[in-house]
Write a protein that binds this ligand. Structure first.
Ligand code: TGC
Ligand code: FAD
Length: 391
């Protein structure tokens, strides 16, 4: 057949710089060599190898948009491409880099003092230290402003009390970004703190029975009268806007990432139906099957094109808050649809974990929920469109 551009119909690759193409290629090679061979086993065993963090650091994918303290200073577009490549293997691995980059390194770099940056950024960027981000609580998920975790100012610092739940990396973290409310004020008094795992009164536990994102360790954090020195406060935060600036970054990466999982499922099902003979001909020769393949191609490429436009706008310093909610919601939804169709096209074999699709499908159930559940993004968009808050 004549060469055509069915895989990249909008010529997305032609919009990438030499540097971005190089980063994507390098990261893809790393993922294929270092992550893919063990992904099924790691998932079966709920296992994460913490020694990967220094490897991620050497690869330059931790805090990659940061221009100091060892950061590679890449474009946001390159960050999106990295998330796309990591999530082709597993959403857990994309989570590992998202949390460290967007939710730990970003707030320290953006809201920390010079001393905090000098102390924490180098080891977070080179992967010697692992971070986590504690916003959600058992009774405060979609509405984090209902959190019960509080801080109280003392002569020489702060006392933190409360608990966080569903925190990626909590069981393995050295550094904890914790969000808390002033115990004497209202929900607007939000502040962020940098805690370390050896702080007295800080304990973590592991959520053992997750059926999704099994490679990624998730846990609870309890804070029992944790005395936090003054210099642990992220002094340049400005209320909830600062919390959301972290979420914006993470949601942007997720929007690219889920299309990686979807692309993977598309390619697996394409190869399968081209080779599977049923009714004496390849499955791929049936119109219904080709319709499914074309829908995968359409949604993935529309999603990637919008991601590309948003990344370019972000790199030009433009506000992309609405685009982020559109992409986080729509790309997750479309990726889930694509995984379900792929699973169906493999018939019974689609249920076997070596074919990867079920793993991507159940992972995407997490991704649909965290960083603003699907319907929450509809409500954010509805609020911004009408000026009326439904919350
Ligand atoms: P609202 O009144 O809308 O806003 C309060 C202030 O924040 C500003 N703001 C933003 N600023 C920057 N970026 C954004 N996206 C912003 N959205 C809002 C806003 O302008 C306002 O500023 P000001 O100056 O007027 O005070 O706040 P709300 O309470 O009504 O917000 C409601 C809602 C639902 C949108 C918000 O609470 C929300 O997004 N909920 C979802 C919670 C969530 O996403 N949690 C994520 C936890 S972290 C996580 O899941 C990590 S997963 C990790 C992994 O990848 O493994
Ligand atoms: P709820 O808020 O109880 O929502 C349940 C359902 O109700 C959802 O479908 C939601 O869309 C819907 N809903 C809620 N409010 C409304 C409304 N007003 N109108 C209509 N529908 C509504 N958090 C962190 O802080 N840090 C992390 O590192 C982190 N990692 C995570 C890792 C995993 C594996 C998971 C699963 C979650 C993680 N989270 C983390 C938490 C995540 O952000 C929350 O689960 C998410 O914000 C949703 O909160 P919830 O689970 O309490 O659901």
């Amino acid at each position: 057949m004549k060469q055509n551009n069915w895989f990249d119909p909008f010529h997305i690759q032609s919009h990438l710089s030499e540097e971005e193409l190089g980063i994507q290629k390098n990261v893809r090679q790393f993922c294929e060599k270092e992550l893919r061979p063990s992904v099924v086993k790691m998932n079966r065993n709920h296992e994460f190898n913490i020694n990967l963090y220094p490897r991620f650091g050497s690869l330059g994918v931790l805090g990659q948009t940061v221009k100091s303290h060892g950061g590679s200073g890449t474009s946001n577009l390159a960050y999106g491409l990295v998330a796309y490549e990591f999530e082709k293997i597993d959403s857990s691995y994309r989570s590992s880099i998202s949390v460290q980059s967007s939710l730990v390194i970003h707030p320290i770099n953006e809201f920390g003092s010079k001393d905090q940056k000098d102390k924490y950024l180098p080891e977070l960027i080179n992967g010697e230290k692992i971070g986590c981000f504690g916003l959600t609580e058992s009774e405060a998920g979609s509405d984090p402003s209902s959190m019960k975790t509080t801080f109280k100012e003392t002569k020489d610092g702060y006392i933190l009390n409360g608990s966080k739940n569903w925190i990626t990396n909590a069981p393995i973290a050295d550094i904890f970004i914790i969000w808390a409310l002033d115990e004497n004020k209202d929900h607007k008094s939000i502040k962020g703190f940098i805690l370390e795992k050896n702080f007295k009164g800080l304990k973590t536990s592991h959520i053992e029975n997750k059926t999704s994102l099994k490679i990624s360790p998730t846990g609870q954090i309890t804070l029992d009268k944790v005395h936090v020195p003054k210099d642990s406060l992220l002094e340049n935060t400005n209320g909830w806007k600062s919390v959301f600036s972290c979420l914006n970054k993470a949601r942007f990466g997720i929007s690219w990432g889920v299309l990686g999982a979807a692309t993977e499922c598309w390619m697996i099902s394409k190869e399968y139906v081209e080779n599977r003979i049923m009714f004496k001909k390849p499955l791929a020769s049936n119109q219904l099957i080709q319709k499914k393949l074309s829908e995968m191609q359409i949604e993935i490429n529309l999603g990637l094109s919008s991601c590309l436009l948003s990344a370019k706008a972000l790199d030009d310093g433009k506000d992309i808050i609405n685009a982020i909610s559109i992409l986080k919601k729509n790309n997750c939804q479309k990726a889930l649809d694509i995984c379900r169709d792929s699973r169906d096209m493999l018939g019974a074999n689609g249920l076997i974990d070596e074919y990867h699709i079920m793993r991507h499908l159940v992972n995407l159930e997490t991704v649909k929920t965290y960083e603003g559940a699907e319907d929450i993004h509809s409500l954010i968009l509805g609020k911004n469109q009408t000026g009326i808050s439904s919350f």
